[in-house]
Design a protein around this ligand. Sequence first.
Ligand code: AP5
Ligand code: ZN
Length: 216
Amino acid sequence: TNIILLGPPGAGKGTQARKLVDERNMVQLSTGDMLREAMASGTEMGQKVAGVMSRGELVTDEIVIGLIEEKMASASGNGFIFDGFPRTLPQADALGALLAKTGQALDAVIEMRVDDEALVKRITGRFTCGNCGEVYHDETKPTKVAGTCDVCGSHDMKRRADDNEDSLKTRLMEYYKKTSPLIGYYYHAGALSTVDGLAEIDEVAGQIDTILDAAS
Ligand code: AP5
Ligand code: ZN
């Protein structure tokens, strides 16, 4: 099963993708994570995108399509979860072509709906384990012991450079301008489902399970 998680910054795409990896052995393809890895390892491309990303703008289609193509060729598992990709119409067309080329289908596009006020709270309260990648939130998902990852015990908690109100404003503008047209695109392709992203994490996961069970 191949799916897209579509939604604004902070909608919970990464949180739900990690659950699907654990529970269904799917492969998470997050272009945001790939770009942050490139930045952390200091590659030429990583240096090129650092400023763009911290301001909250989109990087070029060419870069992210290249990253996705590379990962699709090397990763294997029980289907792909596209998380944060596609984000523009050209990216959606490119994904369609990549899937067609490898004889694969897109089984569901899941729109995670959350209002803007909730997004500000989610983004400004988010922190992540630098070791295993578990995503937390100061209020809705704190660690059991302050400063210690529940999953791996690491003390290396990180906050993202673009998780501030200014960059978030730009990220939301980019989402509404360039990414939200994909909702109509996939609706007309007959692939779109919607979940209530404001519900609790496990409740959202249940809604996604229902969609996946119907699709596979
Ligand atoms: P990216 O890394 O994709 O970030 P994003 O889309 O802004 O999404 P986030 O990771 O912020 O949010 P999420 O939906 O995963 O939410 P999460 O689960 O963490 O992109 C970053 C940048 O990279 C872009 O701005 C761009 O520059 C570049 N980029 C990436 N892909 C690109 C592409 N395809 N094209 C061009 N540029 C690209 O949850 C958020 C918080 O809420 C957490 O604290 C979590 O614990 C909490 N939470 C989650 N679910 C719930 C819930 N149900 N109830 C309460 N709290 C919850
Ligand atoms: Zn951890």
